[in-house]
Design a protein around this ligand. Sequence first.
Ligand SMILES: NC(=O)c1ccc[n+]([C@@H]2O[C@H](COP(=O)([O-])OP(=O)(O)OC[C@H]3O[C@@H](n4cnc5c(N)ncnc54)[C@H](OP(=O)(O)O)[C@@H]3O)[C@@H](O)[C@H]2O)c1
Length: 494
Amino acid sequence: MPDSANPPIDREQPLSIAVFGASGDLAMKKIYPALFVLFAQGYLPHRFKIFGYARSALSQEEFRARVAEHLYCRSATAAQCNDLSAAFLASCEYLHGPYDSVESYQRLGAAMACFGADPAENRVFYMSIPPFLFLPVADTMHAAGLEQRPAGAWSRVVLEKPFGSDRSSSDALTEHMAHVFSEEQTYRIDHYLGKEVIQNLMVLRFANLIFDPIWNRSCIHHVSISWMEDIGIEGRGGYFDQYGIIRDVMQNHLLQIMALVAMEEPIGLDAKHVRDEKVKVLSCVPALTFNDILVGQYTTGVYRGAVQRGYLEEEGVAQGSVTPTYAVAALRIRNRRWDGVPFLIRAGKGLNARLTEIRIRFREVPGNIFARNAEFLSPNELVIRVQPDAGISFSIVNKVPGLDITLADSELNLRYESAFQASIPDAYECLLLDVLQGDRSLFIRADELQAAWDIFTPVLHDLESCQIRPQGYAFGSAGPTSAVALAALHGVVW
Ligand SMILES: NC(=O)c1ccc[n+]([C@@H]2O[C@H](COP(=O)([O-])OP(=O)(O)OC[C@H]3O[C@@H](n4cnc5c(N)ncnc54)[C@H](OP(=O)(O)O)[C@@H]3O)[C@@H](O)[C@H]2O)c1
């Protein structure tokens, strides 16, 4: 929900959006298509302009043609969609220049002010650029006065992860950015939080009565959160080799999911209360040590009939790199609800599956009177699948119909695709709408970021200073074999 510092957008007031790094992949494939959907569905103000800014010398026509390639309509006929995309593209402009030129930014500022001063336009700045450019771009914006707004108009900035590479670099980034944009104006995106199934986590937990009494150490044996990809680093070697899977996926996406699974019920839905609860639960997680983590790196393997090269042969990867492409970590939450329940989080590239899911495994039924009717009775498990095939399933033990008492595992299954007629919005559509509506509950607050870095920074430093070599696993396999042993140590069978 919006708060007093972040009023929702007034559709009568003009809006100018500047996308820095507009020539890049993210802008083309996610940001512009999401803004188009918002436009097509009537969420943008009547008067708006989107200014792409980057160094590449593209003409307006070239830029618009690139943007047009990725636009999609979800609920319009082809003819309506063509008309809508023509109208949208007419509001998209492109300016090129260096990222540190005050003069070029002043040009951008003059373009953004094209609607006149009564009322002055609201402004959104989207930093779709590599992280080393965040500060130079913010400083140049400030020198050109781009973020300054008169009374009655606001400006907001959207930042893409990674937010630093450890606690101190993240703090330095936050502190420096604060000279230009206040915390209230800052929207740090973790696009996983915009995914439909992840947004549903709070609804599932707090809008249903049945979960609360069992959502604790008495009934839950462990929680595992997995993120797996069956592709390698896909040409992002330069970036990935600096960051690795822990910083790229675990410290942000998986930890955010864990916080939503484990946090207490917020007293309301506004950003402050939701984020307060996330910070509280993350602050109860002790920093990881060597004993809690295992890292791996994919090697050459055969997957789907083709030889796939190992990580060290990928372009942009340093010779002998020890950057992990796989990691599994066992986290603990030292609070009354969760003490003793392991939260296993794992993320890997070059594996044998593509999926993101949360598994909540319940304890065995004590003194089960049906124990002699089956060789093994599986404990209940709630599975929340984020992708592919979004859905929620719950495994129960059931009597197999017949004259004798035979038990089997059965599944109560809610598949989004068959259960809901509406198509699922992309995470960026939802998050960009929240930016306009002034709702920061799905964005990472500075203290949340600090708490997340505190969990991972010591072990990241240890792994790096000791140059720990990750265990190899063949591309297309299930990951390093020792991951199974680490899980077993915590009573988890993988
Ligand atoms: N792609 C994703 O799905 C994704 C997901 C999460 C986070 N992110 C983050 O979002 C940001 C943008 O992603 P992206 O995939 O669009 O990145 P990108 O294509 O590498 O970079 C975006 C633009 O930044 C400029 N740029 C790139 N490298 C530069 C350099 N060394 N010096 C100066 N300018 C440079 C380029 O524009 P010009 O050369 O025209 O100036 C490029 O088109 C990155 O920080 C990334 O980490 C991306």
